[in-house]
Design a protein. Structure first.
Length: 403
């Protein structure tokens, strides 16, 4: 037997994406007793487990072997009709043919980026923003610029000022602006109605696309989410959502909604097969039987109680030493500490004490945000949330004392 000699040369990996470790998940899973407040995953009790079991069986029994084939032209039309009808709640009026099902909304972000951006194009994002999208835009070799959020979401006056200044000075304007309108990840805030309209107007005036990522829209604990940005500029918005937060992320089904032109361009990135036919069939069978409103009310009851547990523990253990907006929905509380705090400095100690969180810098495209931290209230139950916040406070005050 011959042995290939060991190759000592470094391999020149593609430079597009820096080799950064995955955020949050690795920390959360490597110790079984750690309370993973870093983990932005749904609570497994919210999965409609029995109904999914029945739906999976029904999918095979009713569709036979077709349910297990490569996807045909478009999958079951029921699901596209259902999504189009449900979207009317966000003032989105579309034909089912304007809905593109994808492998989670993460894939829809990727297809949108590939459709809208050439290498070197400018993409504008929020500060903070969702790192999954940032990594996709980096892979698309976009130049990223960020704009701050406040309690009403993205500060559109800053965006407008930057656009007008860019035109005046001949600087590039964006091809795409990525925004989370409802229960922002990580900010927890929602974009005001006025700002939605303003963004739509700007997209039309300056001819860029808005990528409206509405992953958390159904998780509204108090008031229903507002009309989408899409509804104000359907020709210049790609709207995204997902079943990951309402049914189960393992199903891997999300969708994009847009004009026929943009949807047919995005569709070309499916090579061979579409999003899993089997998942589509299962979800279609599920939604034919599951009382969806009741299901959503139940999971929002759980998340609302979790949020309340987190908010009261934060008040109990941190008092005025941390600021945050109480989120009206979604999964996250975004903590703002004093100016001189760097939350990355106690992430390890917190972890050793038994709680994980994600430090602020990871949510920004520029080197900033050190005094912030993201906590997720979705995955753990109320007691663990309470205990996790207490451990976090222990780590924080030890850090402050040693500074
Ligand atoms: C804002 C946002 N968009 C998109 C996704 C991706 O969701 P999925 O690909 O599971 O649909 C997530 C997941 O955490 C998210 O927080």
């Amino acid at each position: 037997m011959t042995h290939t000699p060991a190759n000592t040369q470094p391999y020149p990996f593609a430079k597009r994406v820096p080799a950064i470790p995955p955020i949050g998940a690795a920390q959360a899973s490597s110790r079984s007793d750690t309370i993973p407040l870093s983990f932005g995953a749904p609570h497994s009790d919210t999965f409609p487990y029995d109904a999914l079991n029945d739906a999976a069986s029904e999918a095979i029994l009713s569709q036979g072997r077709d349910a297990l084939q490569y996807a045909g032209a478009s999958g079951p039309s029921f699901l596209l009709d259902w999504i189009a009808a449900r979207s009317a709640r966000r003032a989105i009026n579309v034909e089912p043919s304007q809905v593109l099902l994808t492998y989670g909304s993460q894939q829809a972000i990727d297809f949108a980026a590939r459709t809208l951006l050439d290498p070197g194009d400018h993409a504008w994002v929020e500060a903070p923003t969702y790192f999954g999208a940032v990594s996709t835009f980096r892979t698309a070799e976009a130049v990223l610029t960020s704009f701050p959020i406040d309690a009403d979401g993205l500060q559109t006056d800053e965006v407008e000022a930057a656009l007008r200044a860019a035109v005046k000075t001949g600087k590039p304007i964006p091809k795409l602006l990525y925004v989370m309108p409802n229960f922002h990840n990580p900010g927890g805030v929602s974009l005001s109605l006025e700002r939605r309209k303003k963004l739509a107007e700007l997209a039309v005036e300056f001819n860029f696309f808005i990528l409206e990522d509405d992953a958390y829209t159904e998780l509204a604990f108090e008031e229903q989410a507002l009309p989408s940005i899409y509804s104000f500029a359907p020709e210049r918005v790609v709207y995204l959502s997902t079943f990951s937060k309402t049914i189960a992320p393992g199903i891997r089904l999300g969708w994009a909604i847009g004009s026929r032109d943009v949807i047919s361009r995005m569709n070309t990135f499916f090579q061979g097969s579409k999003a899993s036919v089997f998942s589509q069939e299962i979800v279609a069978q599920l939604l034919k039987k599951l009382p969806f409103e009741e299901h959503i009310a139940k999971l929002n009851g759980l998340y609302r109680a979790n949020r309340d547990a987190m908010v009261s523990a934060l008040k109990q253990y941190f008092g005025d030493d941390v600021r945050f907006e109480v989120p009206g929905g979604g999964f996250f509380v975004w903590l703002e500490f004093r100016e001189d705090v760097d939350t990355s400095q106690f992430v390890q100690d917190a972890y050793e004490r038994g709680v994980s969180f994600i430090h602020g810098k990871q949510f920004f495209v520029k080197p900033e945000g050190a005094r912030f931290a993201r906590l997720s209230f979705s995955y753990c139950d109320e007691e663990r949330i309470h205990n996790g916040v207490k451990l976090l406070a222990d780590a924080y005050y030890a850090y402050v004392d040693n500074k």
